[in-house]
Design a protein around this ligand. Sequence first.
Ligand code: 5GP
Ligand code: ZN
Length: 149
Amino acid sequence: MTDCIFCRIIEGRLPARKLYEDGEVVAFWDARPASPIHILIVPRLHIPTLNDVPEGDHIVDHLFRVAKKIAQEVGVAQSGYRFFINVNRGGGQVVFHLHAHLVAGNDFGTLFIKAGVAVAVLWRKLVGLVRPQGHPRLDPICANLMESN
Ligand code: 5GP
Ligand code: ZN
């Protein structure tokens, strides 16, 4: 596709810092990294979104395999990394040529997820503290229900 940024990078018509390529995919550094390590793994074939990958196609498997290999090469396989695919606008997709992100380091996405989990845990604890431990009318009904199952 002529107007697709990633097709242009793959065809060498737009510069990018490539770090891996084979017959099916090309990987290059993200131009606006969300983290010290932010690599995009992109199929050579122009497939707009994950939803457009035909049933049984092995390209997504291949993206996983290449991500594992690159993670080893850039030294984050053991320390850890995130591998994700944004799908459509609601899923944060901006470039409509299927691609996987390999992100490692202290990126804002990871910090945001960790903060979210911490708030959820705290919320559950608070709700547990204020919630009454039993209900005089409903408890016998629940017990009966449990017994009848
Ligand atoms: P999406 O949000 O579509 O999943 O991710 C698109 C990614 O492509 C973004 O992280 C963005 O920074 C990156 N990107 C957009 N344009 C270019 C470009 O011209 N070159 C490179 N290397 N990355 C790009
Ligand atoms: Zn494309």
